[in-house]
Design a protein around this ligand. Structure first.
Ligand SMILES: Nc1ncnc2c1ncn2[C@@H]1O[C@H](COP(=O)(O)OP(=O)(O)OP(=O)(O)O)[C@@H](O)[C@H]1O
Length: 264
């Protein structure tokens, strides 16, 4: 007798197959007549750091926006922890995905700790809020500051901090709700070499702790040093994907970045 699996059975079968943190499958996004992403597929596995690189306008930010449900997809699927995400912001994204912005978006007049408490107390995290007392939230936020090496700055107003520390605060705020996927938008931008090295350690530690990282970055040395795998976009298409060594050796990447024709 044929047996059609119920929804619950399908869910349980899917749960038994290890799913990547993020699966982007044949994603196409159009803005009017412009195809910003064209049949883009890649994955971010558990504990992985994946970098999305490519020239200006290649479609990197559009990938982030699509993962967050902020742009309408013309085609394709996005799965987060094995669950299909619709083309709009949902609880799935708010619970599991955190994102840092190039502009940081911190509240300058508030202290470091108060900034990191915001997602726990505002409802933005979609979890814990309402069930987390102020004391629990403070413990959670303080632990996050500790892990990022900025506990000593907890009571300082954000406005008084140098840029590298402000970036750390933005990272702490993104991580405080315990996401499973962190989207980092140009994390090395505006940092000096020393801070970039320290940032690479932090990013690797975040991934090792179980929160996979997808980052967009133009600083090639940082990307080569921190990423397990690199996805290269050009004109909305994936032109290369592999380890840093594989991508570095790929003539298509050199051509896209430097305009150098690959050898015939
Ligand atoms: N909301 C929008 N409406 C129309 N076109 C858009 C929109 N968002 C992005 N685009 C276009 O889609 C293409 C991809 O843009 P996107 O911002 O994703 O590129 P990017 O790789 O992030 O570039 P950069 O490195 O400069 O930030 C570009 O041609 C851009 O002009």
């Amino acid at each position: 007798m044929n047996h059609t699996p119920s929804g619950a059975e399908q869910t349980s079968a899917a749960a038994s197959v290890p799913e990547p943190r993020l699966r982007v499958d044949q994603l196409t996004v159009r803005f009017g007549g412009l195809t910003a992403l064209d049949d883009v597929s890649f994955e971010v596995g558990a504990g992985e750091v994946v970098a999305l690189i490519g020239p200006n306008g290649a479609g990197k930010t559009t990938v982030f926006n699509a993962v967050c449900g902020l742009v309408r997809r013309a085609a394709g699927e996005i799965r987060i922890d094995g669950v299909s995400a619709p083309s709009r912001p949902t609880g799935l994204v708010t619970r599991r995905v955190a994102r840092t912005l190039q502009g940081l978006g911190l509240f300058d007049s508030m202290s470091v700790l108060e900034n990191v408490l915001v997602p726990l107390e505002s409802g933005a995290s979609g979890r814990a809020v309402g069930r987390t007392s102020r004391a629990d939230a403070t413990t959670q936020a303080s632990g996050c500051l500790e892990r990022l090496g900025i506990a000593h700055l907890a009571s300082r107003p954000v406005a008084a901090l140098p840029y590298p520390e402000r970036k750390r605060v933005a990272l702490a705020r993104a991580l405080v709700t315990g996401p499973t996927l962190l989207l980092l938008d140009e994390p090395a931008g505006g940092l000096g070499e020393e801070d970039i090295d320290a940032l690479a350690d932090v990013v690797r530690a975040v991934a090792a702790s179980g929160c996979s990282v997808l980052l967009v970055e133009h600083h090639v040395d940082f990307v080569m040093g921190v990423a397990d795998r690199i996805v290269v976009l050009d004109f909305g298409r994936v032109i290369a994907c592999g380890t840093p060594d594989e991508v570095r050796a790929d003539p298509r990447v050199e051509e896209a970045y430097l305009g150098i024709e690959p050898a015939a």
